[in-house]
Design a protein around this ligand. Sequence first.
Ligand code: SF4
Ligand code: SF4
Length: 439
Amino acid sequence: MKTEFSLAQLADPDIAEADKILRACVHCGFCTATCPTYVLLGDELDSPRGRIYLIKEMLEKGRRPTKAVVKHIDRCLSCLACMTTCPSGVNYMHLVDQARVRIERNFKRPITERIMRMALGRILPEPRLFRAAMVLARLVRPVAALFPATKSPRAEPTLFGRLRAMLALAPGGLPEPGPPSGSVFAASGLRRGRVALLQGCAQQVLAPRINQAAINVLTRHGIEVVLVKDEKCCGALTHHLGHDDDALKRARANIAAWAKEAQQGGLDAILVTTSGCGTVIKDYGYLLREDRDFAASAARISALAKDITEYLAGIELKLAPGQFSEIVVAYHSACSLQHGQKITGLPKDLLSKSGFVVKDVPESHLCCGSAGTYNLLQPDIAMRLRDRKIANIASVKPDMIAAGNIGCMMQIAGGISVPVVHTIELLDWATGGPQPGSN
Ligand code: SF4
Ligand code: SF4
């Protein structure tokens, strides 16, 4: 694609990067076929190619984002299916991330939306605030029935629609918190390695059992696990809201904490059980490339980050006796894992080797609608995607559904009675841990 940036514009490293990305696009349109919003809405401006044009126009003209630009960028899930499909290697992720930051800096959203986005950016990354918000949501949930209904699925999201979605996602009860930050779990038997396990933010409140399962599997296989003190939310949530200052502040704090731990105790890897977080940590090197103080250490940390299944693929799992061959598991491939990190076969291989009957879900490239805070901010599109995903999952008649991302797990569990578990919980069970849901 031909671009027309001036030399002065190209002196800005972000514009120079955008120029490189835009030039790679040959506007073939292959990406439209796998874009969930284009598949649902059929509007070119809700396709990757349409959004690329909108961003190009905004950047080249140095214009403030218009209402139309904001509407179509907001509707993008950042699922990155377009990046998997694109034959020209267009890095849509870095382009849309940049557009979101410009929108937050230069576009004045309605006051209710500003408050809501600010609240999400403040509450979700802080487990104590998030826990309190979940308790409050449970108390006020009955009033959601009084909210006016959305007129049409194509209408703009309303305040009440968003509030209803938030309240609906709040679980009926919260589990006890997991082990505190700073805890170290010794390897059983001969120590073969030492890793940090990302504690996460929303996940540690909603499902501490996931990281417990990871700790069980790792220590059982001779890996010492540390929950690094002073670690923060990875920044993914605020990054996707376009609040880059906050996201980068968290990234720098994490890099400092993990680098210190690596220096003091040694770290073979930083393991992540929430693929949305993993995608962003693997991108720290890029995000901080212009930061003289952090660029090198950010690149080192990104290289250390691994999804839990990536790390376990390098270990021979000691399978416990058990009969899993009757259990049909539908594997839901989280977008951040399959498109963001290009991890597609590993989780399924691990589950198959552990004895489960693993089934692919039809249209597995399409997002479930969770996408960070998307299901809260764009509830109608998110709900349509969830229903489509659930119909596809149900078609393989599973006994269980496995996924590698808490957001997808919550989104899917809200619409189906089949148990939804994390892949690591099944691997824990297969290697001698408890059956998921039994404790
Ligand atoms: S598939 Fe890639 S090159 Fe083709 S229009 Fe989409 S982003 Fe551009
Ligand atoms: S990230 Fe997903 S929703 Fe956004 S343009 Fe790409 S395929 Fe479409």
